[in-house]
Design a protein around this ligand. Structure first.
Ligand code: UDP
Length: 332
C-alpha cells in the first residue's frame, strides 16, 4: 500500500513509518517539521513539507501522493500547553484534521487511522477504561482529539470514509534508530532518563497523595513498537471505530523510577512536589477490543523492555536528534 503519514517526523509517526517500509509499503510523509525532526524520517520515505492548517497545501499533497490510506499522527500533544493556549490545539488538531478529511474526500482516499488518546476520557468513573467509557475530556488537547474523532464519524456516515481511532495510553520506548525527543520534555520516562544521563540532578515527582498504593499516579505504559504494529493491523482491516491501545496493566510513578534505577544503575534522586493539575489517579486500558478485532497483542511492552530500549536510544542521542546540528547552523 502507499500510505500518507502526517507527522511522520514525530515520535510515533517515525517508528510506524519505519515498520511500514520494513513491510514493503510505500510512505509519503507530510510534516511541517515544527516539532518533528528531519532526522526522524526514515530515508526510504518521501517527504512533503507542509502544514495541515493550509487546506490547499494538504489537498495538493494528497492529490500528488495518490495514497491508498492515511495515517494521521500530526498534532500538538501537550496537555499543559493546551490549557494555556487552547486556540492552537483547536486550529491544528481539529481544523487541520478537517482539512485532511476534505483532502481525502477530494482525492478519493477512504481509509484513515487516526492517533487519538485516552485523554478523550478525562477522569473515568470506572477502571479499566473500555471504548464505551464516556468521553469527557478535561483539557483542550483531549477535546480537540475527540472533536476530530466525531468529525471523522460524520465523514464516515455521510461520505463513506473508513476511520479507525487508536486511543493510546502512555506511549514510550524506542527502536534502535528512533526515539523520544520533545522540547520541552514533560513525559515521565525521558525525564527520569535525563537524570540517569547526568543532565538533571533529580526527578520531580508530581504528587504523592493520590489514591494509589504508593501515593503516586498509575499509568498504562505501551511501547511505540506495539503502537506501530496496531496501526498497520488497523490499516489492513475493514473495521472502523475506536480501539484502546495499552497493556491493561498499570505502574506507578515510583515503580517506573525504580525500573530506571535497575536498568541504568543510577540512584535517581527524587524531588517530591505537589500534584500536577489535571492528572487523574489511575488510567488503565481495557484492551479486549483491539485484541479481538485487530488481533493485536502487545509484545514489547514489559516495563523493563520499554526502559531498556529508551535508555539505549537516549545514550546514543543524549541531546536528541539534531540539536548539535541546529546549534552549528545558527552560528553561521
Ligand atoms: N510525572 C512526574 N514527573 C515528571 C513527569 C511526569 O511525576 O517529570 C508524572 C505525571 O504527573 C503523571 C505520570 O508521571 O502522573 C505520567 O506523566 P506523563 O507526562 O509521562 O504522561 P501523561 O499520563 O500525563 O500523559
Amino acid at each position: 500500500m502507499r500510505v500518507f503519514v502526517t507527522g511522520g517526523a514525530g515520535y510515533i509517526g517515525s517508528v510506524t513509518t519505519e515498520q511500514l517500509l520494513d513491510q514493503g509499503h510505500e510512505v509519503v510523509v507530510f510534516d511541517n517539521l515544527e516539532r518533528g525532526h528531519r532526522e526522524a524520517i526514515d530515508r526510504r520515505a518521501r517527504l512533503t513539507v507542509g502544514d495541515l492548517r493550509d487546506a490547499d497545501q494538504v489537498a495538493r499533497a494528497m492529490k500528488k501522493a495518490r495514497p491508498d490510506a492515511v495515517m494521521h499522527f500530526a498534532a500538538y500533544a501537550l496537555v499543559g500547553e493546551s490549557m494555556t493556549n487552547p486556540g492552537m490545539y483547536f486550529a491544528n488538531n481539529m481544523m487541520g484534521g478537517a482539512n485532511l478529511a476534505e483532502a481525502m474526500v477530494k482525492a478519493g482516499v477512504g481509509r484513515i487511522v487516526f492517533s487519538s488518546t485516552c485523554a478523550t476520557y478525562g477522569y473515568p468513573d470506572r477502571l479499566p477504561i473500555t471504548e464505551d467509557t464516556p468521553q469527557r475530556p478535561v483539557n483542550p488537547y483531549g477535546e480537540s482529539k475527540l472533536m476530530f474523532e466525531k468529525t471523522l464519524q460524520w465523514y464516515e456516515r455521510l461520505l463513506g470514509l473508513k476511520p479507525v481511532f487508536l486511543r493510546y495510553f502512555n506511549a514510550c520506548g524506542a527502536t534502535a534508530k528512533f526515539g523520544e525527543d520533545h522540547e520541552p520534555e514533560t513525559h515521565l520516562i525521558p525525564n527520569v532518563i535525563r537524570v540517569a544521563l547526568g543532565q538533571r540532578p533529580e526527578v520531580q515527582v508530581f504528587g504523592t497523595d493520590y489514591k494509589t498504593p504508593d501515593g503516586t499516579c498509575i499509568r498504562d505504559y505501551i511501547h511505540i513498537v506495539d503502537l506501530a504494529r496496531a496501526h498497520i493491523l488497523a490499516l489492513q482491516g475493514e473495521q472502523t471505530g475506536p480501539f484502546n491501545l495499552g497493556t491493561g496493566k498499570g505502574y506507578s510513578v515510583r515503580q517506573v523510577i525504580d525500573v530506571v534505577r535497575k536498568v541504568t544503575g543510577h540512584a535517581i534522586p527524587e524531588k517530591l512536589l505537589p500534584r500536577r493539575p489535571g492528572d487523574p489517579d489511575k488510567l488503565v486500558a481495557a484492551v479486549g477490543r483491539a485484541k479481538k478485532v485487530l488481533g493485536w497483542t502487545p509484545r514489547d511492552s514489559d516495563l523493563t523492555t520499554i526502559i531498556e530500549s529508551a535508555w539505549a536510544w537516549h545514550q546514543a542521542h543524549p541531546h536528541g536528534y539534531d540539536r548539535p546540528v541546529r546549534r552549528a547552523a545558527k552560528k553561521t
